[in-house]
Design a protein around this ligand. Structure first.
Ligand SMILES: *[C@@H]1O[C@H](CO)[C@@H](O)[C@H](O)[C@H]1NC(C)=O
Ligand SMILES: *[C@@H]1O[C@H](CO)[C@@H](O)[C@H](O)[C@H]1NC(C)=O
Ligand SMILES: *[C@@H]1O[C@H](CO)[C@@H](O)[C@H](O)[C@H]1NC(C)=O
Ligand SMILES: *[C@@H]1O[C@H](CO)[C@@H](O)[C@H](O)[C@H]1NC(C)=O
Ligand SMILES: *[C@@H]1O[C@H](CO)[C@@H](O)[C@H](O)[C@H]1NC(C)=O
Ligand SMILES: *[C@@H]1O[C@H](CO)[C@@H](O)[C@H](O)[C@H]1NC(C)=O
Ligand SMILES: *[C@@H]1O[C@H](CO)[C@@H](O)[C@H](O)[C@H]1NC(C)=O
Ligand SMILES: *[C@@H]1O[C@H](CO)[C@@H](O)[C@H](O)[C@H]1NC(C)=O
Ligand SMILES: [Cu+2]
Length: 630
């Protein structure tokens, strides 16, 4: 009887503890000057920017009445939250829902359930989060952390553009950008500003929750003469690891402990640095180093900002002195063992190339993701017994159907010389293999399935929700299909997502059908004039044939004509550009003024690509090209 009593008491306590947090969020335009150089229009919430940090406890319920008062579509995604049983609340446009149209309200309503750590939320409509619709989402654990600390502090880093995302995407996805060069940010931000001071007390241990909310660039982060002890990555507790710096790709998070010194006689630099390897060219006026300060005593002077020309050494040497952790070697505190061999292996070869409209697209196995006519989750709900046929989700959505509890490997071969952080919605995953950077662009390091066995893989692989692949290298990630839902897997460089670098996992479709999809979803589709019934082409009928009929579906642009190589295409555009030198403003990407050095750097880069491949720049491409490109 006594035992029973305490059981009920405990249950009661747990039930009482789970709280509902209700928010009324109006998405509104706000003028702000994050980097202190220009004022621009940001996307804020309730007329404020930066947007609020959401802080809840494990098992709490969250209700966000999200009203779009912008003149563009919007949405919210809660990055890293599993949305167990509430797939419809995950947020990405055309994957789990229709966009939230201007003037309408969408209710995001879900329980956080059994997960805790540092997460974030952001728009999942186009590249809109680069306009500022991005904030932290912290889930506190219901038990105290195993580590001791005195105070918790949050910190975000991000990249900042002077232009709004719509303009950036238009210039980026253009035939006049033949190498697919991504927009170059104008500044690196620290806590959404620059030149910030973090005032600390001596002899204290701080828990810093850190997120890279940038849209493109990975960043290095360090405090002079202080170390970080990593205890969490992407919501996964890890065995404590002391490092002198961090490297955060877009969307990655860490919790670290920082112990302050006993004395207050000096202040220190707190520095975040854009990974300039990711930038296709370096404008003269771009400061990749952002200096902020850890302030022990306001009366003492702040050390000078680090600049390329005053670091007493070269920038590359500065980076060489840093030893950020290689996240492959972090060990989850849970000591979760390597999952058994995969039941399903999804092989993805990733390339970038121009298609027939001259725009550079990203593709997995030659297929560039194009959103379907019906959000994929709506197709699951409307297709009944045909929901486990991957074909109904379209030929351009890279859709894969997964059965309950299957172990899935995603093998990603990066045939591109860039770094890319990949994110899987609805899951964390084990990183079971990752190659170093490939040195030969013509021969990327590919995963060799015949040369892999258990002993090659870590016993306790690192687990997280966003992982970067090295240039011309590969990774293999593994997870168990224990969370029914339509889950997006995509590069978190949103410029690349715009280029189509995504796949769709339809995990346990018949289990998804048992979930709820609220009327609000259908209203959103109605307001955006998007059908909410049918296959990827919005076709349906009584028969299987009707569901397999994809006539009218959205497809990628046709390829460049036969015989047209990428190099040839670049040469063509280069000729055109040189001919019409004056229109170089298309490369400015929002810089106030384009110096001729920038222009020359871009031309040099284009020439370099051609030379490296032994081609010469000639006129021979002109004639054939005129036709297919207009
Ligand atoms: C940071 O410092 C730079 C250089 O002094 C200045 O141009 C900029 O306006 C400052 N930004 C902010 C947000 O304080
Ligand atoms: C959101 O906007 C509506 C309409 O302008 C207004 O009535 C409401 O008070 C706003 N809500 C908040 C939380 O600012
Ligand atoms: C919102 O999305 C729909 C569907 O893609 C589109 O037709 C509509 O033009 C968009 N609305 C705005 C304001 O961009
Ligand atoms: C970053 O900003 C948050 C919110 O304003 C603040 O609480 C926190 O102390 C700041 N972090 C640092 C390191 O200054
Ligand atoms: C620092 O704090 C610890 C624990 O609070 C204390 O034992 C120690 O004496 C302090 N050291 C100094 C130099 O204040
Ligand atoms: C930081 O960690 C490194 C390696 O663990 C160690 O050698 C160094 O002394 C530490 N530095 C500080 C300031 O604690
Ligand atoms: C399996 O891995 C071990 C350790 O790396 C290696 O020695 C062995 O040759 C591998 N076996 C196969 C069949 O690849
Ligand atoms: C939206 O709702 C109206 C009224 O119920 C209906 O007539 C219309 O067909 C719907 N539009 C779409 C795209 O579903
Ligand atoms: Cu990418």
């Amino acid at each position: 009887m006594l035992v029973l009593h305490s059981f009920w008491w405990l249950l009661c306590a747990l039930t009482v503890a789970a709280k509902t947090h209700t928010f009324y969020f109006n998405a509104t335009y706000v003028n702000a000057s994050p980097d202190g150089t220009i004022e621009r229009r940001m996307v804020g919430i309730n007329n404020k920017w930066p947007i609020p940090t959401i802080r809840v406890k494990k098992n709490d319920r969250v209700k966000i009445h999200f009203t779009n008062l912008l003149n563009e579509n919007s949405s919210l995604h809660f990055h890293g939250l599993f949305q167990e049983g509430t797939n419809a609340m995950d947020g990405p446009d055309m994957v789990t829902q229709c966009p939230v149209a201007p003037g309408t309200t969408f209710l995001f309503d879900f329980e956080v359930k059994d997960q805790a750590g540092t997460y974030w939320y952001h728009s999942h409509s186009g590249a809109q989060y680069s306009d500022g619709l991005r904030g932290l989402f912290i889930v506190e654990d219901d038990v105290p952390l195993a580590v001791d600390y005195d105070e918790e502090v949050t910190l975000t880093v991000s990249d900042f553009y002077h232009d709004v995302s719509g303009v950036l995407v238009k210039n980026f996805m253009s035939r006049y950008n033949p190498t697919g060069a991504e927009p170059i940010p104008q500044n690196a931000l620290f806590n959404e500003t620059r030149n910030a001071s973090w005032v600390v007390e001596p002899n204290k241990t701080y828990l810093l929750r850190i997120a890279n909310m940038g849209i493109f660039t990975s960043q290095y982060l360090f405090i002079e003469n202080h170390n970080f002890t990593i205890i969490e990555a992407d919501g996964v507790y890890v065995e404590p690891r002391e490092v002198d710096s961090l490297y955060l790709a877009s969307a990655q998070r860490y919790s670290v402990l920082v112990h302050t010194k006993d004395t207050v006689d000096k202040n220190f630099r707190f520095v975040n640095i854009l990974d300039q390897d990711m930038l296709d060219f370096l404008p003269e006026d771009l400061e990749v180093i952002s200096t902020n300060w850890m302030v022990y005593n306001k009366k003492n002077p702040l050390p000078k900002p680090l600049k390329n020309d005053n670091i007493g050494t070269t920038f590359q040497d500065l980076l060489k002195r840093l030893n950020p952790v290689d996240d492959f070697y972090l060990v989850p505190l849970s000591k979760e063992k390597l999952l058994p061999d995969a039941d399903v292996v999804i092989n993805l070869d990733f390339t970038m190339e121009p298609l027939g409209d001259g725009v550079t697209y990203a593709a997995f196995n030659g297929i560039s993701y194009v959103p379907p006519k019906v959000p994929t989750l709506m197709s699951v709900f409307s297709s009944g017994k045909y929901a486990d046929n991957s074909q109904i989700y379209g030929s351009n959505t890279n859709s894969f159907v997964i059965q309950p509890n299957e172990v899935v490997d995603i093998v990603l071969n990066n045939m591109d010389p860039g770094k890319h952080p990949f994110h899987l919605h609805g899951h964390t995953f084990q990183i079971i293999s990752r190659s170093p950077e490939g040195q030969d662009e013509e021969n990327p390091i590919k995963f060799d399935p015949s040369n892999s066995n258990h002993t090659d893989y870590p016993e306790y692989p690192m687990i997280r929700d966003t992982v970067q692949v090295h240039p011309n290298g590969f990774f293999v990630i593994r997870f168990k299909a224990n969370n029914p839902g339509v889950w997006f897997f995509h590069c978190h460089v949103d410029w690349h997502l715009e280029q189509g670098l995504a796949i769709t996992l339809i995990e346990s479709p018949f289990e998804i059908q048992k979930q709820e999809i609220i009327q609000n979803h259908y209203d959103s589709c109605n307001r955006t004039n998007i059908p909410s019934y049918g296959n990827a082409a919005a076709n349906y009928g009584e028969t299987k044939e009707a569901w397999l009929n994809l006539e009218g579906e959205n497809l990628q642009v046709a390829p460049l004509p036969e015989g047209f190589t990428q190099k040839g295409y670049i040469a063509l555009v280069l000729c055109t550009i040189i001919a019409i030198y004056g229109i170089f403003s298309i490369y400015k990407y929002g810089m106030e003024d384009v110096t001729s050095e920038d222009t020359e750097a871009m031309i040099a880069k284009l020439y370099d690509i051609l030379r490296k491949n032994g081609d010469t720049v000639g006129n021979e491409y002109h004639d054939e090209a005129e036709e297919p490109l207009t």
